[in-house]
Design a protein around this ligand. Structure first.
Ligand code: LLP
Length: 431
C-alpha cells in the first residue's frame, strides 16, 4: 500500500489507521473524510525534530493551514508546538478560535486589505509575510496608529521553476506573489521596509511550488536567497534573522510516486544552506519551512458510496459516487492522480477498469479516470486515498451539495472534528 496506515483486514475490508473503513462508512455515512490523527502528529514531529537537529537554533516548521483548515487542526498544531501560516482572515480567525498562540503565526497573501491587516494586529499576529510595497505602507500606517513596531518578513521570488503543475508553481519571476530578485524589485521593497519606522524587517521568504520530490529545487532557491541576504548585508549593512524556504515537499498519491524521506531531505537542504551561509559570510539564519501537503495528505482518505454503474461499450465504464468535485476538485482542476480502492472488496482482484464520476451536473466532475479496482456495484464503498490536503480545504457547495464531515481517528477513539453540513446550513446566509 502507498502508506503504512493502510491495510486489508481479515474481513477483506480496507483498514485505515487501524479502523475498518466499511464500518466507519456505516457509522458516519458517506461521503466522509476520515483522518489519521497519529499520522498528522508523526509528520509534525518528523519536521520538528529534523529541523531542530539539522538547521539548529529556533528553526521550525510552520503548518501551511491552507491545505487543511478547521479548529481541531489548529489545536493539534498547538499541541505539537508547530508554527502556522495563514493566508486569510478566515484562517486566522479559525486559528484564534482554536486557541492557537498567534505569535507563532505568519500571515501570507498577495492582497491583504486594510481590514485584514487591522484584524491580524488585533489578534496579535507574529509576522506578516509582506508581498508588495502597497501592503508595506498599509502595515506601517496601521502599526503607527497603534504605536507598535510590527514584525514582517518579505516574500521574494527567486526565479526557480520546479516543473510541477503550472497552477501550483509560484517561484518564477512572472508570479502574482512576492518581489523578484532578478528585476531589482526585491531590493526596492527591502529598502522601503528598512526605511519604515513602525516595521521590523526580520527576514525573507520564498515558496517555489508544490508536490516537489527532489531536494535540488529547494537548494537552488536557498542558494539565491542566501546570496541575496549577503548582498543586502553588504549594500545596506543589515543582516536578517529569518529565512523561510516555503512548503512544497511532495507526497505519494500513487504507487509510481517516489517514497520521500522527509528527514533525509531536510538534512541535505540544511547541509547545503549551512555551506552557502559560510561561503557568503553570513550567520546561519533561523530557517522556517511551510509544509502543508506533506503534513496532512496521507493522513486523509475519503469514503463514498457507489450509486449507478454504467458500461459504455467501446468506451468507458463509469461508477458514480455520492460525492465528487465539491469535496475534491483536484482531478477536475489539475488532473491529479489518486489511488482508488473498493473498500468492501479490498481483497478482490483490481481487474475492472473504470472512471469514478462525481454526482454534479457537469461532465468534468470526475475523481479519477481509468483506474483499476475490484468491480463495484451500487452500495459498495469507494475509498479515495491521500485526500488529507487540499480536499476539505478546497471543498465547495456547488450544486447545493452538503460538505462531508471530517472524522478523526486516533489510537483510542474516532470522533467528529467537523460535522456533516445539513440542508439548513446551505441556506443559513440566505435572506
Ligand atoms: N507556503 C506557501 C507560501 C504556499 O503558497 C504553499 C502552497 C505552501 C506553503 C504549502 O505548500 P505544500 O507543502 O502544501 O505543497 N491547491 C493546490 C496546491 C496549492 C498550493 C499553494 N501554495 C493542490 O491542490 O495541489
Amino acid at each position: 500500500m502507498i502508506c503504512d496506515n493502510i491495510k486489508i483486514n481479515e474481513n477483506g475490508n480496507l483498514e485505515f489507521a487501524g479502523y475498518d473503513t466499511v464500518e466507519l462508512a456505516k457509522k458516519y455515512g458517506t461521503p466522509a473524510y476520515i483522518m489519521d490523527e497519529n499520522k498528522i502528529r508523526e509528520k509534525c514531529r518528523i519536521y520538528k525534530s529534523a529541523m531542530a537537529e539539522f538547521f539548529g537554533g529556533e528553526s521550525m516548521p510552520l503548518f501551511a493551514s491552507k491545505s487543511l483548515c478547521f479548529k481541531r487542526i489548529y489545536e493539534i498544531m498547538r499541541e505539537e508546538n508547530m508554527g502556522i501560516d495563514v493566508v486569510s482572515p478566515g484562517e486566522l480567525f479559525t486559528a484564534v478560535k482554536a486557541g492557537f498562540p498567534m505569535e507563532r503565526a505568519y500571515f501570507h497573501g498577495n492582497n491583504k486589505t486594510d481590514f485584514d491587516i487591522a484584524f491580524a494586529m488585533d489578534n496579535g499576529i507574529g509576522h506578516f509575510v509582506c508581498d508588495n510595497a502597497d501592503e508595506l505602507e498599509a502595515i506601517n500606517a496601521e502599526a503607527g496608529k497603534r504605536g507598535i513596531k510590527q514584525k514582517i518578513i518579505i516574500r521574494l521570488t527567486p526565479g526557480i521553476d520546479p516543473h510541477t503543475h503550472a497552477k501550483i508553481s509560484t517561484g518564477k519571476v512572472d508570479s502574482k506573489f512576492g518581489a523578484a530578485i532578478e528585476t531589482g524589485q526585491a531590493k526596492e521593497l527591502t529598502e522601503i521596509a528598512l526605511s519604515k519606522e513602525n516595521i521590523t524587517l526580520d527576514g525573507f521568504h520564498c515558496h517555489i511550488g508544490s508536490q516537489i520530490f527532489e531536494c535540488e529545487p529547494f537548494c537552488d532557491a536557498a542558494k539565491i536567497m542566501v546570496e541575496y541576504i549577503s548582498q543586502i548585508k553588504k549594500d545596506m549593512g543589515y543582516e536578517i534573522k529569518i529565512l523561510n524556504l516555503g512548503g512544497g515537499m511532495g507526497v505519494r498519491y500513487v504507487e509510481s510516486d517516489p517514497e520521500i524521506d522527509y528527514s533525509a531531505n531536510i538534512k541535505r537542504i540544511a547541509e547545503f544552506v549551512k555551506a552557502e551561509c559560510e561561503k557568503n559570510d553570513i550567520t546561519m539564519p533561523t530557517i522556517l519551512m511551510e509544509p502543508g501537503r506533506s503534513i496532512v495528505a496521507d493522513s486523509g482518505m475519503t469514503l463514498y458510496t457507489v450509486g449507478g454503474c454504467k458500461e459504455i461499450k467501446g468506451f468507458k465504464n463509469y461508477a458514480s459516487i455520492d460525492g465528487g468535485m465539491p469535496d475534491n476538485p483536484r482531478y477536475a482542476l489539475y488532473q491529479s492522480d489518486y489511488t482508488v480502492i473498493t473498500a468492501n472488496k479490498a481483497d478482490k482482484p483490481c481487474d475492472y477498469e473504470c472512471t469514478i464520476a462525481g454526482r454534479c451536473c457537469e461532465s468534468g466532475d470526475l475523481i479519477q479516470e481509468g483506474v483499476k479496482i475490484a468491480k463495484p456495484v451500487r452500495g459498495d464503498i469507494i475509498a479515495v486515498l491521500t485526500t488529507g490536503a487540499y480536499n476539505y480545504a478546497m471543498s465547495s457547495n456547488y450544486n447545493a451539495i452538503c460538505k462531508p464531515p471530517v472524522i478523526m481517528l486516533d489510537s483510542e477513539k474516532d470522533y467528529v472534528a467537523v460535522r456533516r453540513e445539513t440542508f439548513e446550513d446551505l441556506i443559513k446566509c440566505h435572506k
